[in-house]
Design a binder for this molecule. Structure first.
Ligand code: IPM
Ligand code: MG
Length: 364
């Protein structure tokens, strides 16, 4: 029997509800495949601000380093939303990404055939959509210095800095090209090279790294045009790679192709070992959804699919990951829907029911 160490950080809002369902599904994996997942749990985000005065404690980062993977729920809520607050729930996720060196954020976007009518886009546009957006996660506008606010004679001033080194761009490019090799062999690098110096360097480095992957097609698109093409011809994309903030914006847009944020998993990865695995942080791309907390409406599938990515990318358990994905597909095909994805003829399911259906289909 193999044992794996996983840190759970449920966080705020619907975070604990969706993490509970992912753990339920992982329990079914343990039984069926004979593994043991050892969990530790840490309080983060707004809950940690209330309890400890900070969103992310050093103890939590240390616990993450002792683990093979972190399964993250969500952080934030109206209670901690004061724009002048010195500590914010978001510090937890930003701090974990940065301190664990998780520079590549993978956000797969697939349109399930049974859900194609759920999207606000026409099915003719959506057919065949299957892409992964790789968002650079530890640099760019989110982390560049200077980053501050001050006041002078002409009033309030603020600055954020968009800065990249060629090494930061190159390493995320390698992730993109390597991923494309196992897919349809196309990388779209997204920048703003017509205006930004960082965009010009980004494009240069993309071309240089691309030379090492002659089997992969490389195209460059400006970020504004990319926003347009995502809803005009989404099926033309295979792997998209882009700057931190551009990726934040484009992945919310891309999530709408799949019908709901509640379906969208993500993986944040750093340096990998030779066998391809390494510590990673796995989280649904949705937020803490304070409006539906405790109402059993949250869709746990994004977190369950994030757990599948965790098994594949940090624990090296490919068959187990594929089994979860197949079970989720089956539940969708059978018509079960949480409120965020309901439609005509759907079989309504609440958060716990959805988790149980997936676990059942794993046949443990
Ligand atoms: C995301 C979220 C985060 C981000 C927030 C919660 C800080 O929007 O993961 O996309 O901006 O990165
Ligand atoms: Mg976002």
């Amino acid at each position: 029997m193999s044992t794996f160490r996983i840190l759970l950080t449920p966080g705020d809002g619907i975070g604990p509800e969706v993490i509970e369902e992912a753990v339920k599904v992982l329990g079914a994996v343990e039984k069926r495949f004979g593994h043991e997942f050892r969990y530790e749990e840490e309080t983060i985000g707004g809950a940690a601000i209330d309890r400890y005065g900070v969103a992310l404690r050093p103890e939590t980062v240390a616990a993450a380093r002792q683990s093979q993977a972190v399964l993250f729920g969500a952080v934030g809520g109206p209670k901690w939303d004061d724009p002048r607050a010195a500590v914010r729930p978001e510090d937890a996720i930003l701090g974990l990404r940065k301190q664990l060196g998780l520079f590549a954020n993978l956000r797969p976007v697939r349109v399930h055939p049974a859900m194609i009518d759920q999207s606000t886009l026409k099915s003719g546009v959506l057919g065949g959509t299957d892409m992964v957006v790789i968002r650079e996660l530890t640099g760019g506008l989110y982390f560049g210095k200077p980053k501050r606010r001050w006041e002078n004679a002409s009033g309030r001033q603020a600055v954020d800095t968009l800065r990249y080194s060629e090494k930061e761009v190159a390493r995320v490019m390698h992730v993109a090209f390597q991923l494309a090799r196992g897919r349809r062999k196309k990388v779209t690098s997204v920048d703003k090279a017509n205006v930004l110096r960082t965009g010009q360097m980004w494009r240069e480095v993309a071309i240089e790294v691309g030379r090492q992957y002659p089997d992969i097609e490389l195209e460059h698109i400006l970020v504004d045009a990319c926003a347009m093409y995502l809803i005009r011809r989404p099926a033309s994309f295979d792997v998209i790679v882009t700057e931190n903030m551009f990726g934040d914006i484009l992945t919310d847009e891309a999530a709408m192709l799949a019908g709901s944020m509640g379906m969208m998993p993500s993986a944040s990865l750093g340096r990998r070992r030779k066998d391809g695995t390494g510590i990673g942080l796995y989280e649904p791309i949705h937020g803490s959804a304070p409006d539906i907390v405790g109402q059993r409406k949250a869709n746990p599938l994004a977190t369950i699919l994030s757990a599948a990515m965790m098994l594949r990318l940090s624990l090296g358990l490919e068959a187990e990951a594929a089994a979860i994905e197949a079970a989720v597909d089956a539940v969708i095909r059978d018509g079960y829907r949480t409120p965020d994805i309901e439609g005509p003829g759907a079989r309504p399911a609440d958060t716990a029911k959805m988790g149980s259906l997936v676990a059942e289909r794993l046949g443990a």
